[in-house]
Write a protein that binds this ligand. Structure first.
Ligand code: PLP
Length: 408
């Protein structure tokens, strides 16, 4: 290019940034519109109650915080951690796993520390997808499965989760050709956003298909411990032979109110964990040792904090569900997760109902359509706000909508 000051030359000096196709193809942040509206209302002094976010409001139990503080002062913890995670952490994860699910894991070969399970989920596709390879992604779903597939050049193939099938994918309805092309299949039970649960028979069927077509099952079990009324979520690794083709994501975030700490782990067979670890050694340098040691305390220490937590959420769930039922809305009682997933009343779509809740009751929910096209017609309420706020929110909804729903 000429630098002589010609028009062409000047133009070339202000060349526009060109984002990668992968970044351009990522969908925009779906809560942007709602977030703007909330900010605008709050700036006018409106006291908005937020049922939209899935981040526990309760603090991390003190014995875990104390361990972090102690370990943070130890100089040997200040250096780079090991890539796979400290042996102590991997051993604690493996023994927790075997106590909880009755499945032994080799802490050296079948466990990998993660910087939160989201990090692991986002990097897993790099180990299994080449350009143009298919990943089966449920719809609706936690948005990371689809985004991670796109970011590594893969192609997401949406698998609908329908209310009439208990939000489990119909595996026999997936075309043979799609099964053959697929390399990865993301699953998540207990499920965000639908709060659905899966029984071992479903996982058995998934393992059967995965083996037949050579598909890796990536099961996100972030809500394994957030369950009610005696429900206990199973692990996909309980299915005989599953380890060779499944990897499971575990997180301390929801179980111990540790979302800000960034720690979780992947569990699976040696081959999958090996390939996944190879990706990660090239990207990150592990989790701060002090956080890993605090996580050991979480996994091996007293577990009444987990029971107490579930009791708090169960109480909130009951208040919310009873309140919504009293308006005449159709709300299922979830057996797990931090969410209540509800079909919007007659005559609304997800966004319209979300907007009306915000304008009439000053309450925020997540529109189901933000989780995929199949989420259209639903909204998600989170149980992650203090009891008083939750109760106040339910009262406002009742006040604003009981009247409305009685109109002819
Ligand atoms: C909260 C959540 C996670 C956990 O994320 P971390 O990165 O471990 O904090 C993973 N999957 C789903 C579906 C979630 O809702």
């Amino acid at each position: 290019m000429s630098r002589s000051g010609s028009k062409r030359g000047k133009e070339s000096e202000v060349a526009r940034l060109r984002m990668s196709r992968r970044v351009r193809e990522l969908p925009p942040y779906l809560f942007a519109e709602i977030d703007r509206k909330i900010a605008e209302m709050r700036s006018r002094g409106v006291d908005v109650i937020d049922f939209g976010i899935g981040d526990p409001d309760l603090p991390t139990p003190p014995h875990i915080v104390e361990r972090l503080c102690r370990e943070a002062g130890e100089p040997e913890n200040h250096r780079y951690p090991s890539y796979q995670g400290m042996p102590l952490f991997r051993e604690a994860a493996a023994s927790w796993f075997s106590r909880r699910f009755g499945v032994p894991l080799d802490p050296d070969r079948e466990v990998l520390a993660l910087i939160g399970s989201k990090e692991g989920i986002a990097h897993l596709p790099m180990a299994f997808l080449d350009d143009g390879d298919l990943a089966l992604v449920p719809d609706p779903a936690y948005p990371v499965y689809r985004a991670a597939t796109l970011l590594c050049g893969g192609v997401p193939a949406e698998v609908p989760l329908r209310e009439e099938s208990g939000y489990l994918p119909d595996l026999s309805a997936i075309p043979e050709e799609t099964w053959r092309r697929a390399k990865l299949f993301f699953l998540n039970y207990p499920n965000n956003p639908t709060a659905a649960v899966a029984d071992p028979a479903f996982f058995e069927e998934a393992v059967h298909y995965a083996r037949k077509y050579g598909v890796v099952l990536a099961h996100d079990l972030a809500y394994s411990e957030i369950a009610y009324d005696g429900y206990k979520a199973p692990s996909i690794l309980e299915i005989p032979g599953a380890k060779e083709l499944a990897v499971e994501f575990h997180s301390l975030s929801k179980t111990y109110n540790m979302t800000g700490w960034r720690i979780g782990f992947a569990a699976g067979g040696e081959e999958i964990i090996g390939a996944f670890g190879k990706v990660k050694t090239n990207i990150d340098s592990g989790v701060f040792n002090a956080v890993q040691l605090a996580a050991v305390t979480a996994l091996e220490g007293p577990q009444d904090c987990v029971r107490d937590n579930c009791e708090v959420y169960r109480h909130r769930r009951d208040i919310l569900v009873e309140g919504l039922l009293s308006i005449g809305w159709d709300v299922p009682l979830p057996r797990a997760t931090l969410y209540v997933w509800m079909r919007v009343p007659e005559g609304y779509d997800s966004e319209g109902f979300t907007r009306d809740l915000l304008e009439k009751a000053e309450v925020v929910v997540a529109p189901g359509s933000a989780y995929g096209s199949q989420g259209e017609g639903y909204v998600r309420f989170s149980l992650t706000l203090p009891d008083r706020r939750l109760e106040e929110g339910v009262e406002r909804i009742k006040r604003a909508f009981s009247r409305h729903s009685r109109l002819p």
